[in-house]
Design a protein around this ligand. Structure first.
Ligand SMILES: Cc1ncc(C[n+]2csc(CCOP(=O)(O)OP(=O)(O)O)c2C)c(N)n1
Length: 361
């Protein structure tokens, strides 16, 4: 499937370059239509505004710790556009763009980071999305299980699961790839290689030249794509999705990208990376690149972009206010959702909590 882009030969798939130009020398690949490219751009704009607003709210003391998506948007946007609504979307925590492609309201994302239990409730039949997973790579075994279950039921639904370069060092990652390879599970492992796991650079994470090449050791294909190029992400995911749907098993896609912001709002990246490195990556910003494309191809005007950005800002502000005014969850719920019947030790703790609350009044 990716014979022209074998990562072991140092190849990386890029379709849209940094100047917003399409590489016309490539073999035939699935392409976003103009309508889809414009949709991707619009979602990327709202993702960027919503993300910047979350960081700003954190600085105002209105949002707890938040992990910015800035610079990585094309990865989840392009890939979620290449799968269907019934395919399971198993996220890590930097996939806001993909959630918006799936139609999840922005309010829900803010609710999660405000610590509201309802932020983890994605109506399964409607969205086919699993909750955000902060314990690194713990979502991968679930994803493979879901994929295997769909195969067992005889549907043609697949699963796409995200994790980071740091997450490839965790046992869950290897166990999941191994299981998926052996059982031919219809799953796409999408690794967002944003070059760092907090302060740990990619080269300290693995001795492999690429993350994509790890797939071959598990008996399936891997491909490295320019993760700041929404066209390349879309093409690779579309091919991998068709491959899985036809019963040919898993694929590993490495999105080669960069986290332009901090790891979370609690991190100071100036302690471990050079300003020049960040400046170099700003030139590869997926949003700037896609903006050039939609303008060059007259899919939108400069004036319309100004309006779009203004509207996106308003939408982000309104979604946050809605989340902030959402009914607060009772602290009792902290004890409720792990077991069907609350075990005596948790009943006891719940009682203690209530007493403490009474005492504080
Ligand atoms: C199992 C586990 N160990 C450690 C942590 C603390 N932690 C949070 S994010 C992170 C780094 C993750 O890096 P990467 O997988 O590259 O994803 P990124 O944050 O860069 O998107 C770590 C170690 C955690 N959340 N879960």
């Amino acid at each position: 499937m990716f014979e022209n882009f074998d990562p072991r030969e140092g190849k990386r798939l890029q379709i849209l370059n940094e100047d917003g130009q399409i590489n016309s020398d490539l073999p035939k690949l699935p392409m976003l239509t103009n309508k889809q490219a414009l949709h991707a751009f619009k979602i990327m704009v709202i993702t960027r505004e919503a993300d910047d607003w979350a960081v700003s709210l954190n600085r105002q003391g209105r949002m707890p710790t938040y992990p910015p998506v800035k610079g990585q948007e094309a990865n989840s946007i392009g890939s979620l556009m290449a799968v269907k609504n019934e395919d399971w979307f198993v996220q890590a925590f930097r996939e806001l763009g993909g959630l918006l492609i799936r139609g999840v309201p922005l309010t829900q994302h803010y609710l999660y980071f405000l610590g509201n239990e309802m932020g983890s409730f994605y109506e399964p039949e409607k969205y086919h999305v699993l909750p955000i997973s902060v314990p690194i790579s713990s979502q991968l075994p679930h994803a493979v299980g879901l994929a295997y279950a769909e195969q067992y039921k005889g549907t043609d639904n697949i699963t796409i699961v995200f994790n980071g370069d740091g997450g490839t060092s965790v046992g869950d990652f290897h166990e999941s790839l191994n299981f998926a390879g052996v059982w031919n599970a219809p799953v796409i492992f999408y690794v967002q290689n944003n070059q760092y796991a907090i302060s740990v650079p990619r080269h300290h994470q693995t001795a492999s030249t690429t993350i994509a090449e790890k797939a071959f050791g598990y008996g399936f294909e891997g491909v490295q794509v320019d993760g700041n190029d929404v066209f390349a992400v879309y093409a690779a995911t579309k091919l991998a999705a068709n491959h899985a749907r036809k019963g040919n098993g898993p694929t590993l896609i490495e999105g080669f990208t960069y986290r332009l912001g901090a790891h979370t709002t609690a991190d100071d990246p100036t302690r471990y990376r050079e300003d020049q490195e960040v400046a170099d990556w700003i030139k590869k910003d997926p949003l700037i690149r896609l903006e050039k494309y939609v303008l060059n191809n007259k899919l939108i005007t400069e004036q319309q972009i100004v309006t779009l950005k203004k509207e996106a800002k308003k939408q982000a502000h309104a979604a946050f206010e809605e989340a902030d005014n959402f009914q607060k969850e009772s602290l009792d719920n902290t004890f409720r959702y792990t077991f069907k019947n609350i075990p005596p030790i948790l009943e006891e703790q719940l009682e203690q909590r209530r007493e403490l609350e009474g005492g504080l009044k």
